[in-house]
Design a protein around this ligand. Structure first.
Ligand code: GDP
Length: 745
């Protein structure tokens, strides 16, 4: 049987593939060898043309028969933009997985949003990708979100190709963009192509490796013609070809040796070296084109096949729990022979026109229609009546999927980031997607009370789809609060509520999501007793509240260390409930408590008068006691900010960070550009974009990512606490108390 045999060469694999299809009458797509699979993402700064490029790819690969311009005259919008709002804005907010076929290879494209506020979407997409295309605008070059996605690609070790788009635009300068990539992004990058003609006169491109001119003829550039290199470009082509070989030789041993020995590498040798170094993320091939004018897209697809890794060339790990309660990393086997246990990751949920869809990537093994799979986290089982593959508005049923495939399921109840397995005993889960804590919150209310139902439905769906979008009801202020990764993140959801749920909402001002935490351990002993009249209440809790280490300061922890019968086990849930209820809203500034562990050491109960409620109240009393007697501090989200500016602005930009209580963590650069890294409280970052623009005459770019929560400065703490006291009408009493305690001193 074909399974289990190892064929070294593609041609053999292909033959085996055809043979197997005849034998098993399974559709060809389902059993393609790994070499014929690519899982790629397209990442870019907004407006670089990612959506247009994706649409062109779908057109050339035969998945769509028509092309539309984003926000084009026909008002239809590109195929990937299926949401109404995206049509309006022309930006892609949600990633959708789509698969297509190019030269017999399955390419799964995960469309990734570019805006910094949707980084969790990008993070999710990058987690399941093996390679990416970084789209840059030939005019704009490296822009703020390019920095963000570049950093994310590094975090997830994603090899990439660069595509410099919009060659046709006035002021297009791919040479400057390449310089930018080297100086601002730190890529060892070189052109694989050169443009023929400039701006609106761009006629085609030259392939440097094969020394060929490529022209894109016909109405939609689908007729490719090859020709000689224009006479006036010959010198430039040789020069840039040499530059390419040099850049690759610097990081590739084989080509490097040939270079030193002054041997001329063949085209094949150059391509192999590019593939090796691109996969190792040591070299970034740069391709050119204009998606809108239908030039350069097919060679880009060829490059995806030639240089980006197949799923078998990427190492993926899962986490296995060992007997001593620790976890160890297990290397997964991406072989498509189906002999390893099935494991897949749900990386995106989407409630769309097809109903509830869950996008998954299979990392190991095989799944067939009719199988029953288990959600590792919840242990819930699901029988699969359908397996599908999608592109934005079409879907294709498949019977089987294998390691490396991206697919979707219907009606599965799960959260994004959940692991699915076929064998319930398999004690293994995929690393969870990095999900940052929400850092900004706003009040939210439906404009019309009659829309309450729709409001709840929308909230339920969005919070399920997006783990960084959260909802809570603040019962003190009687307002609903949403929190997320940035202002725009929350605004987009507000707009979607109106568009998709017919429920217009009002959003309040953005507020930083501060937290409250204990400074040092506090021993509590609280006795809640009410034993006269009616049902009595009797509960005593004794223990220690202590701060968690800084790297766990967004968590809450409870440990039951009691021994003996003083606190019967049935009351422990009540104590946990009381602790969690108090943690919703700290007494110091009204923000959530985090970074605290409650250790219950002892207590007391009464055979008749103790109840869950009594223990809830006793626990709440203990925490109030901690507020009266112990020291607390405010934590705030710290952002990692990356700024790229012309060198002359280095001093002023650093000065700005100092003013904003930032800490410069490093800088690097070339003669012209410098990248400055700093950690700055989010609270000081409002309005930064405008300030940077005016300080650098619009030349500076920045991006930021949440890193952690840290204690605020005493000034910020004072301000946060005062604002809270004022808003709750307690300020005067506080000031009076402070005055009299000073007097008493
Ligand atoms: P995205 O935000 O990166 O998805 O970018 P879009 O694909 O939505 O494109 C943004 C705008 O740039 C749209 O108006 C496109 O028509 C336009 N655009 C895309 N590619 C090109 C190109 O190659 N040349 C020019 N001149 N415009 C382009």
């Amino acid at each position: 049987m074909y399974f289990g045999l190892t064929f070294g060469r593609k041609v053999l694999l292909k033959k085996a593939d055809v043979w197997l299809r005849c034998m098993c009458s399974v559709s060809k797509n389902d059993i393609k060898p790994l070499e014929y699979i690519r899982n790629i993402g397209i990442s870019a700064h907004i407006d670089s043309g990612k959506t247009t490029l994706t649409e062109r790819i779908l057109y050339y690969t035969g998945k769509i028969s028509k092309m539309h311009e984003v926000k084009g005259k026909d008002n239809v919008g590109a195929t990937m933009d299926s949401m109404e709002l995206e049509r309006q804005r022309g930006i892609t907010i949600q990633s959708a997985a789509t698969y297509t076929i190019w030269k017999d290879h399955n390419i799964n494209i995960i469309d990734t949003p570019g805006h910094v506020d949707f980084t969790v979407e990008v993070e999710r997409a990058l987690r399941v990708l093996d390679g990416a295309v970084l789209v840059l605008c030939a005019v704009g070059g490296v822009q703020s979100q390019t920095l963000t996605v570049n950093r994310q690609m590094k975090r997830y070790n994603v090899p990439c190709l660069a595509f410099i788009n919009k060659l046709d635009r006035l002021g297009a300068n791919p040479f400057k963009v390449l310089d930018n990539m080297r100086s601002k992004l730190g890529h060892n990058a070189a052109f694989l192509q050169l443009p023929i003609g400039k701006e609106s006169n761009v006629k085609g491109i030259v392939d440097l490796i094969h020394r060929k001119a490529i022209y894109f003829n016909g109405d939609f550039g689908d007729i490719i013609e090859y020709g000689e290199i224009p006479e006036d470009m010959k010198n430039q082509v040789e020069e840039k070809r040499m530059e390419l070989i040099e850049h690759v030789s610097n990081v590739d041993e084989i080509l490097g040796e040939m270079f030193l020995e002054e041997k001329t590498p063949s085209e094949k040798e150059i391509k192999e070296a590019i593939r090796r170094t691109c996969i190792k993320k040591q070299f970034t091939p740069v391709l050119l084109g204009t998606a809108l004018k239908n030039k350069g897209v097919q060679p880009l697809l060829d490059a995806v096949l030639s240089y980006l890794p197949n799923p078998g060339e990427v190492e993926n790990y899962a986490l296995k729990e060992t007997d001593n309660g620790k976890t160890e990393k297990v290397l997964l086997n991406s072989s498509r022979n189906g002999s390893h246990p099935f494991i897949a990751l749900a990386f995106k949920l989407e409630a769309g026109r097809f109903g509830q869809l869950t996008y998954m990537r299979c990392y190991q093994g095989k799944l067939s229609k009719g199988d029953t799979i288990y959600n590792f986290r919840t242990s819930k089982k699901v029988r699969l009546s359908r397996l599908v593959r999608l592109h934005a508005d079409q879907m294709e049923d498949v019977d089987e999927i294998y390691a490396g495939d991206i697919f979707a399921l219907f009606g599965v109840d799960c959260a994004s980031g959940d692991t699915f397995i076929l064998d319930r005993r398999l004690n293994i889960s995929l690393e969870s997607i990095f999900v940052p804590d929400p850092v900004v919150s706003m009040s939210i209310n439906p404009v019309n009370t009659k829309d309450r139902d729709n409001f709840s439905k929308a909230i339920a769906r969005f919070t399920k789809e997006d783990p960084t979008f959260r909802f809570q009801y603040d019962s003190d202020n009687k307002e609903s609060i949403v929190s997320g990764m940035g202002e725009l993140h929350l605004e987009i959801y507000a707009q979607r509520m109106q568009k998709e749920y017919n429920c217009p909402v009002n959003l309040g001002k953005p507020k930083v999501a501060f937290r409250e935490t204990l400074v040092s351990p506090f021993e509590f002993d609280y006795f809640h007793k009410k034993q006269h009249g009616g049902q009595g209440q009797y509960a005593r809790v004794i223990g220690i509240l202590e701060p968690l280490p800084p790297n766990e300061n967004t968590n809450l922890d409870f440990v039951d260390e009691t021994s003996g019968p003083n606190v019967p086990k049935q009351f422990i849930p009540g104590i946990i409930k009381g602790f969690k209820m108090m943690a919703e809203k700290g007494l110091y500034s009204g923000h959530r408590i985090s970074g605290v562990r409650m250790r219950l050491l002892d207590g007391a109960h009464h055979i008749v008068d103790s109840s869950e409620l009594a223990f809830i109240l006793a626990t709440q009393g203990a925490i109030k006691q901690a507020y009266e007697e112990a020291a607390w501090q405010i934590l705030e989200p710290i952002m990692e900010v990356e700024v790229v500016v012309p060198t002359e602005f280095q001093g002023p930009v650093m000065g700005q960070f100092n003013k904003r209580s930032g800490i410069i963590s490093g800088s690097e650069g070339t003669a012209d550009w410098v990248t400055i890294y700093a950690e700055v409280p989010l609270n000081s970052m409002f309005g930064y974009a405008g300030e940077l623009r005016s300080l650098t005459q619009g030349k500076g770019e920045f991006s930021m990512d949440y890193v952690r929560y840290s204690p605020t400065t005493p000034e910020t703490q004072e301000k946060v606490v005062m604002n809270y006291l004022e808003s709750t009408g307690q300020l005067q009493a506080y000031l009076d108390a402070k005055k009299s305690s000073n007097k008493n001193l």
